[in-house]
Structures are given as C-alpha cells and as structure tokens.
Design a protein around this ligand. Structure first.
Ligand code: CA
Length: 633
C-alpha cells in the first residue's frame, strides 16, 4: 500500500462536504486529514480585507466541521487550514460559487438561484446514444462577433436571447441551432477556469481547459463576475433556454488536471493527495498541462462523482464530455455513470479515450480506447474516423478517403467506420485497430475545436483544388458523418465552412488563446454559404427520418449493413432498401442496380422529403454522395 492507499483506508469519508446552507444555519465540512487545526472565515463580499467572523472547526477523523446559525446565503468564505505549522487560507474545493476569479467561495442556498419556471425545465429525452447529434460550441464564440445581433456578447445570457439575426436577417442563436436538427449543444469548458482574468473587461479568449473551481460556472461568462449568485442563475437560464428549444446541454469537463497544482485549492486542502506523482516524487504530467488528477484515490473519486451529480441535478445538465478521459480510471467513471443515470436515465457520456502523455496508473485501469469494453455506455471520440476520412491531424497536408487518398484500402477502412468500427465485420481491417463492439460507443467526427477546421484542412491538403471542389468534398464528408452508424458530432460552424485564418496567412490549428477574430462564429457565413448549411440540415433530417442509420446494436449492423465496391475507392452502402453511393473520385460512378428510387440526397441537395423520383441505376457525381430509398416490389 502506498501512503495514499493507507490514507484512504484510514480517512476516506462518505458524507456531504462543502457549505450546506438553509435559512436557519450553514454546516461546513472539509476533508483535510493532515490539518492540525481549521477554521472557516466569513466575509461580507469577495474583496473586503477582513473576515467579519472566524469560526473554529473540529475534526472527526480528518473531516473538519462546524455549524454557523443564521441565514448565510450570499456570504463569502474560505478555510484556514493549519498543516505542518503553516496556515493555508483556501477556497473550499466544494464551493458552489465565488466572487471574481474564484478566490473566495460563496455560501449559497441553491434553491434561491432558480430562474422562473425552472421546475418545468426538463432533460432532453434520448432513447439511444445513436439518436444524438452533437454540436460543439464555445460560449464566447457563439455571440462575440458583430455579425450577430446579440446584446449579451460573450456571455451565458446570449443563449436566452430570442429573435437574434445576422446582417442578412437570417435567424441565428438557439433558434438556428434548433432548426439545424442537432439534439445537444456540447459546451467547451464552462466551469470556473483560470486563464481569463474575470476582473478585466478587455477582450480575452481561452478554450478553458484550465480548471480552478470545478463546481461553479466560469465568471467571465457571467454579467457580474464579482457576484457569485449571478453566474449560477445565468448558467441555469442558459440551460433552461436550451431545454425550451428541446436542446440538451453537454458540459465539457476537465477532471484530468487542474490549472496549476502547487498552491491550488486541492493542494492547499490536502497537499499532494489529489495529484499523481512519478516514482521520483515529482508530478506526473499525462495531461501535458503540468499535472494530473489522481481519480483513483477515494476522495478524488468521490469529488469527481459529487461534482458531476451536482451539475446534473442542480443545473440539469444533460450530458458530459470527459477531456483526456484516458487519465481517469474506469472504476471512477463507472461509478459516476451509475449515479448519473439514477439522476437522469437519458444522460449522455463520452470522452477522449487517450491521454496527453505518459501516466503512472496502470493502463488497464484507465478509460483508454482499448479499454472501451470496460466502460460500457461511455462513448469515445473516433480518431480513426477523423483521420481516416481526411488524413492525420498531426500532418497538415496528409490526406484521407475524401481528399485524395481514396483507393481500395481506404475504402475498406471507410466501410468499417460506416459500421461504427465494430468487430467481426466482413471487412479487411487490422484487428488491433478495433476498439468497440457497440455503435453507441463511437463518436464520429472530423472537426472539433482542436486542429484545423475541416474546410481549412481541405485547403491545406488539396492546394490544387478549386473552391467548388473543396465544397463538394466538404459535403461528401458531412454525408459520411451523418449516414454512418454511431454518434455524429460536428463543431459549431462546420456547417457554414468555418475557418480560422491567421492574420499573416495560413490557418490556426491550435486556437486555444487566439483572438475572437480567429475563433468567433461569423454568423454572416450562414448567408454566404446557405447551400452548405441547408445541406448539413438536410443530412441531419435524413438521419432523424431513417432509423436504419441509427442502429442500436452491433448484431443489427452486422446483419443489415452491406457494401459493394464500385472501383477507385467509390462504394455503395445498402441498409434494407436504403442505398448510399459514396464517390470520393473525380469522375462520376454508377451503382449498377436498376430500380425505382426516391432520391433524398445528391451532389446538390439533401432533404428528408424526396428530391425526385429516379428510375434506373444510381449515379454519384464526382466528390459526392447519392442517397436514395429503393422501391420494394
Ligand atoms: Ca475563472
């Protein structure tokens, strides 16, 4: 047993932690077994110099507790923990809110933070993960650009605005996202992170993968970062607005590391305990962000679990996306999944089944892609799909199936990807590349916040192609995403040819702190690229119309999804009477199976209503798909 295992054995605690506030009293409890003494400091606001009261706490086997009578709702607090003779003043790692920059916690009776009608706000229904259509969005990007008529630019509150438009008068905002047909908005980190100074109004941008306080919304997205209650209510209003549109909210959660380790609230509360170390005692860095959170330790596991359940219950968040999930142990994730499903059986969970570097915890215990079977019902991003379709993200000019790499070999890979990458398909693919046998476990995507956008990647990897061809390839790629078995995922704006151009030429492939000019959603692009937006919308509608595109079990897929090679990498996928002919080549191809077809998608349009009736063989134009339903006789 290492020291932390011994600590867990002796001190692990299963009760409530944090500040539990009612009208009559507040109970404070903090787990800090190394502490020799502890007190809670109460402050009138988040910046005043001195506490108005300091109350001693008593230890019950490492849990320091006290009770303060009266209504403390809205009071700020910190703990002073004496460890090794030194006093650490720290925010509570369980604090539900804070003032600017998350320095002091706030005591909050959360029942007083609910917007009007909150009790009627309901989680979105999700019968199967394969019914989800995910849309990844950064809160600031959504509303900061002047092309949108938002009043609350860059804030949670922008999501509550109705009737917003671009300069062309097109609907934007949540109304637009709803009409696109997606089921969930996946928000980039929106808990309290550290890289943006909440007290400074100058434009600042960060993706937010630098957690400070996990259990409260980020202050810079609030209309008043200094008041802890505002961010809580505004976050709930955002969720409520999404639910009113029938859209779910997925939070990107970053439990794999914190902004900094030394001097962090976790480190001040229980030095060393919450982080993994190498054999030589220095912090391990499997996140490539300086440290990694030790999810396998009892109180770290409890923390992650409590935190997720709090977001699901208190804020009615519909799902979670785990950043660098390969650093989190499977036991923790399975426990969290179980508890979350008790709160909301429709919750959706997925994450990155990889790490950012070497990790000291046994790989067999971690939620890596190769261990997908150990975390059933937690989906993982398919980098096979991402790179197979358009080339590696690590080599800008590298190509895949759609952008110049089509041949009989890449066609085999694409067949496998169209089937959700399952085992035992009648398809030539290396067995070690297969990591799941559940279509609900693969998130199919080609573009996310990381790396080049799809359209930028096509520009870089096909320098000789004209704009018209690149758009055709973009649409073909979209068809592969939405007609594939699994869970489709796009980055916000992908449907309007989102681009992140650098001021001096080229494209930004790591825009984590790039200015708004690079990152923001340019809403006028809806008008400029109307055909493409309509095409994505049509593909999503097709996916929602035909349950055959959303099969729920591996056996059904193995039985019903069939392929025919057409040559040059082109292929036909048949599911019952549905036929999709994917043509990545620069010549038209014919699928020789004459019949009467209702055509739903071709090189120009896509819709859930038939575009036309067609008799004879199906022909797919260069760099395009044709998708049709065959009349059964
Ligand atoms: Ca912050």
């Amino acid at each position: 047993m290492n020291i932390y295992e011994k600590m867990d054995k002796k001190y692990a605690y299963d009760g409530a932690l944090g500040a539990i506030c009612t009208r009559e009293k507040t109970e404070f409890a903090v787990w800090s077994p190394y502490a020799e003494g502890a007190s809670v400091n109460l402050y009138r606001d988040s910046v005043c110099e001195k506490p108005y009261n300091t109350v001693e706490m008593r230890s019950e086997n490492g849990v320091w507790k006290t009770e303060v009578s009266g209504d403390l709702h809205g009071v700020y607090y910190t703990y002073s923990l004496t460890i090794g003779g030194k006093v650490n003043e720290t925010i509570d790692i369980y604090a539900q809110s804070a003032g600017a920059n998350g320095i002091r916690g706030m005591v909050a009776d959360m029942s007083h933070t609910n917007p009007k009608g909150w009790e009627k706000s309901e989680y979105v229904k999700l019968n199967s993960y394969t019914d989800a259509v995910l849309y990844e969005l950064h809160i600031r990007d959504f509303s900061i650009d002047k092309s949108g008529s938002f009043k609350h630019r860059g804030k949670f509150a922008a999501f509550t605005e109705n009737g917003v438009t671009n300069a062309n008068g097109d609907k934007i905002g949540l109304d637009y996202i709803k009409e696109l047909g997606v089921t969930h908005i996946h928000l980039l980190p929106s808990f309290d992170y550290g890289s943006v100074d909440e007290t400074d109004d100058k434009p600042q941008f960060n993706w937010g993968y630098d957690p400070v306080n996990y259990n409260m919304p980020e202050g810079s997205y609030s209309s008043d970062a200094s008041d802890g209650l505002t961010r809580v209510t505004e976050f709930k209003e955002m969720v409520q607005a999404a639910h009113n549109h029938g859209l779910g909210i997925v939070m990107d959660v970053v439990y794999n590391h914190t902004y900094f380790a030394k001097g962090s609230p976790f480190d001040k509360t229980v030095p060393g305990y919450y982080y993994r170390h190498k054999k030589n005692g220095i912090l391990s860095d499997g996140s490539a962000c300086g440290n990694e959170f030790a999810s396998e330790r009892a109180m770290a596991r409890k923390f992650i679990c409590d935190s997720l359940c709090m977001w699901a219950k208190e804020y009615k968040v519909d799902g979670f996306r785990f950043d660098l999930m390969g650093l989190i142990d499977v036991e923790t994730l399975n426990l969290c999944a179980k508890k979350l499903r008790e709160i909301n059986p429709n919750v959706i969970l997925y994450g990155e089944g990889w790490t950012g570097g070497a990790c000291p915890l046994d790989e067999n215990l971690r939620a890596m892609k190769k261990n997908a079977v150990k975390v059933p019902n937690i989906a993982m991003f398919s980098d096979d799909f991402r790179d197979g379709l358009k080339g590696s993200v690590f080599i800008a000019k590298d190509t895949g199936y759609v952008n110049g790499g089509a041949n009989s070999e890449s066609a085999e890979l694409v067949k496998s990807l169209l089937c959700g990458g399952l085992k035992n398909l009648d398809i030539k693919r290396d067995a070690d590349e297969i990591w799941t046998d559940d279509p609900g476990q693969t998130v199919n995507y080609v573009e996310a916040h990381d790396n080049l956008t799809l359209f930028d990647k096509l520009h870089v990897s096909c320098p000789k192609s004209d704009e018209k061809t690149l758009i055709a390839i973009d649409k073909l790629t979209a068809a592969l995403i939405f007609l594939a078995q699994g869970i489709p995922f796009i980055q916000a704006g992908q449907e309007m040819l989102r681009s992140k151009p650098l001021p001096d030429g080229g494209f930004d492939e790591n825009s984590y702190k790039s200015p708004d000019a690079v990152n923001s959603i340019k809403w006028n692009k809806i008008a400029e690229n109307k055909d493409i937006v309509d095409y994505y919308r049509g593909l999503i509608a097709i996916r929602r119309k035909f349950p055959q595109l959303r099969l729920r079990s591996a056996d059904e897929i193995r039985e019903r999804v069939k392929f025919e090679d057409i040559g040059g990498g082109a292929l036909a996928m048949c599911i019952d009477g549905l036929v999709a002919v994917f043509n990545p080549t620069n010549k038209s191809v014919t699928f020789k199976k004459p019949g009467n077809y209702d055509v739903y998608a071709d090189e120009r349009n896509a819709s859930d209503k038939p575009l036309r009736r067609h008799s004879g063989n199906l022909v797919a134009e260069p760099h395009s798909v044709i998708f049709a339903e065959r009349e059964t006789v």
